[in-house]
Structures are given as C-alpha cells and as structure tokens.
Write a protein that binds this ligand. Structure first.
Ligand code: SF4
Length: 239
C-alpha cells in the first residue's frame, strides 16, 4: 500500500474508532430524553427553592432535602443517595444518578463501576477515596437507569448546588456524557469535551468517561485518556 493511501486509511480508522467509542458510551449511558435546552434549565415551578445563601454545611443541605418527594423519582427509590466523602474535598466527582446498588445501599458508586472509580482514585491519583466527595445530579434512582428528565434535574439541582457550595471543591470531575450534559446544560459529546476545562457556576469542571463505560471499553487508550483527565484534575486542585 502506498504511504498516502496508508495514512488516509489510518486517519479513517482513527475517526471511526473515536465515533464508535462515543456511540458505545451513548448507548450505555444516554437514554434519549426530550430535547435538552441549550441554556441552564429553570427551576421547576413546584421546586421548593433552598435559601442557598444560608446553606453552610452538607448537613444543612441533607436536612433541607429530608425525605424528599419533590419530583416523581421518589416513587421508585429505595434510599436517597445523597453523597459520600470528605466535606472539605478539593476534588468532587459527579455522576448523573444512582444505579441499582446505590439505590439499595444509599451510597454513590458502590457497584462494579464504583469499584473501578475507587481504583482510579486510589491507584491512579494515589489519594484515599474518602478524601474526595462523590455525588450525583439527582439523588433518587431513575427507573431502569434512564437518564434523569429535565424536570427531575431542575428540581434536584438545588441540592447538588448546595453540596457544591458547602464543599467548595477546587475541581469537579463530571463522570460520563449524561452528568456532563446535565452540568453544562447542553447535550455534549463526551469524546469531544473530555480532557478540556469547562465551568459550572464558577467551579472548574473536567469531564471524563464514566467508569461503567471504561468497564465496557477497557482499552489501553481509554485508560490513558481517563488518567490524563484525572491527572489534570489533581494538578489543578493543588494549584
Ligand atoms: Fe427529591 Fe431529588 Fe429524589 Fe427528586 S431526585 S425526589 S428532587 S431527592
């Protein structure tokens, strides 16, 4: 094969591989929902707004949440999955919502994906999992692990915002396409936005692949990309 043809074939293969990886994550974690508005979604009319200025601690946010029935997701939950970790964490991880194991235990990221996340934090970043904070955009498990709907996100977002403002992390790591899309308020391609810095209410956000996606696509390349994202997050948290 002549060199020009070979180079062109490699470029096509690289593009195809990137697209396949993106589709794989979208298939895994992104159930189509009604069109995501470009701008940040307004609070749902029936949401009970928190007096965020008065919120100082995670305990206050948790207390304000109570046995929440503000959105329909409460109907199928076993336990509220509020969040877990260090109240003074420099790095905060955010997923889109609890899965089955999380719903049963009341703790975020405790299944196979959670174990991988723990290894990424402890073996990769070489810091204890307990030194970071881990939460989800919504605190109750969506049916069949579907992506949270805009009204559910809008209703629950106040509590994530309260957690963030209580912790004041130096860096937020958004795990996967749904969490990143929900945080940034627009439908994003995780393959395109991962590895670059974004902003959520003044907090730096580093999107990366969801650990569940990594379990499915456990390639050297994907592990390298996630490692680069986490390393960038750790470095920025120490700056
Ligand atoms: Fe309340 Fe959030 Fe659960 Fe909806 S998802 S019921 S707003 S805690």
């Amino acid at each position: 094969m002549d060199r020009a043809l070979e180079a062109e074939a490699k470029a096509v293969l690289r593009a195809a591989r990137a697209r396949l990886e993106e589709l794989a994550e979208e298939e895994l974690a992104w159930t189509p929902t009604p069109a995501m508005p470009e701008r940040r979604m307004a609070a749902a009319p029936n949401a009970q707004p928190l007096a965020l200025a008065d919120i100082r601690t995670l305990e206050q946010v948790r207390s304000q949440l109570g046995e929440c029935t503000r959105c329909p997701l409460h109907q199928g939950r076993t336990k509220i999955v509020f969040g877990d970790g260090n109240a003074n964490a420099e790095i905060m991880f955010v997923g889109e919502g609890p899965g089955e194991q999380e719903d049963l235990s009341g703790l975020p990221f405790v299944g196979r994906a959670g174990e991988l996340l723990t290894r990424m934090i402890e073996n990769g970043l070489q810091i204890p999992r307990a030194s970071v904070y881990i939460a989800n955009v919504v605190k109750c498990r969506p049916p069949n692990n579907r992506t949270p709907l805009p009204n559910e996100v809008a209703t629950c977002r106040e509590f994530l915002d309260g957690q963030i403002d209580a912790i004041k992390p130096k860096v937020i790591v958004a795990l996967g396409k749904p969490a990143t899309s929900l945080l940034l308020g627009r439908d994003v391609s995780i393959t395109r936005v991962r590895g670059s810095w974004h902003d959520y209410r003044g907090y730096p956000v580093m999107p990366t692949f969801h650990p569940a996606f990594l379990l499915r696509q456990y390639t050297q390349e994907n592990r390298r990309l996630v490692w680069e994202d986490l390393k960038a997050a750790l470095e920025r948290s120490k700056a």
